[in-house]
Write a protein that binds this ligand. Structure first.
Ligand code: FE2
Length: 253
């Protein structure tokens, strides 16, 4: 079966032949060192390495938070997925298809853990140590048209994240009919699981993402993300891919 046939047209755009997270020798070595390879050593998810140093995002994200978040939480999801899929039909699936199939067949544990791997990988790329970089002209104009200005978008992004109760994810996404939108999803659900949506940025709303640094100040965390940490280069590339119907980010490790 053609794996892409299982996906809606918007998601197909997320399935390029290559991406910046393509497997590397280093990633494979890191995964095996963390015990994430499958017992057979084949078809296991390989976690990407952080695209920056553990201390590159301080003071908004401390090295302690990054170590707990990446080394414990994220690699824990990767290890759990590899345990769940070992010896099954899911083992050889691209992660996006694994998530869709697990959702369709109500494999809740696999769906949750696989989605957390995808969401976190996109989240690591949604962060950047490069300061004072904004969206490119095309995305800036789209943001201004939708939200009024980049500043108003930031305010609405924080408001939407504050209105979300419990754990989840806060997205800037593009919809095939509605254009740009801010959405939250519950727990581990990727925004693209709903038809027609392509993510531009995501912020982690789980407390493990910010509590060591921001305690109960979720608004402070959200403002830091959208003002100081957001990777606008990724968002601009995603927006361009969405608008032009070309390939965008995928989990390929
Ligand atoms: Fe997280």
């Amino acid at each position: 079966m053609n794996t892409l046939s299982l996906m809606d047209p918007a998601l197909r755009k997320l399935m390029p032949r290559s991406s910046k997270l393509a497997p590397t020798k280093g990633r494979e070595s890191a995964a095996k060192a963390d015990g994430c390879a499958s017992p057979s050593g084949s078809s296991a998810l390989q976690p990407p390495q952080l695209p920056y140093a553990y201390d590159a995002l301080k003071p908004q994200i401390s090295p302690e938070t990054m170590h707990y978040h990446f080394d414990k939480h994220y690699l824990g999801y990767v290890a759990k997925v590899n345990t769940l899929v070992a010896g099954t039909e899911y083992a050889s699936m691209p992660l996006e298809e694994m998530i869709r199939q697990a959702a369709w067949k109500r494999k809740r544990s696999l769906q949750t853990n696989a989605a957390q791997v995808w969401n976190h990988a996109f989240f690591w790329d949604s962060l950047s140590p490069v300061k004072d970089r904004g969206p490119d002209l095309v995305l800036a104009e789209a943001i201004a048209k939708t939200f009024g200005s980049v500043g108003k978008f930031r305010e609405k992004f924080v408001e939407r994240g504050m209105a979300h109760v419990g754990s989840g994810w806060l997205w800037l996404a593009w919809h095939s009919e509605r254009g740009l939108m801010i959405r939250t999803t519950e727990n581990a659900i990727p925004v693209w699981l709903a038809s027609g949506r392509i993510p531009l940025l995501v912020c982690d709303l789980w407390e493990h993402a910010y509590y060591l640094d921001w305690k109960n100040d979720r608004a402070g965390w959200l403002d830091a993300f959208v003002t100081r940490l957001a990777n606008w280069e990724l968002a601009s590339k995603q927006n361009s891919a969405a608008v032009n119907g070309t390939a965008a980010w995928q989990y390929s490790a």
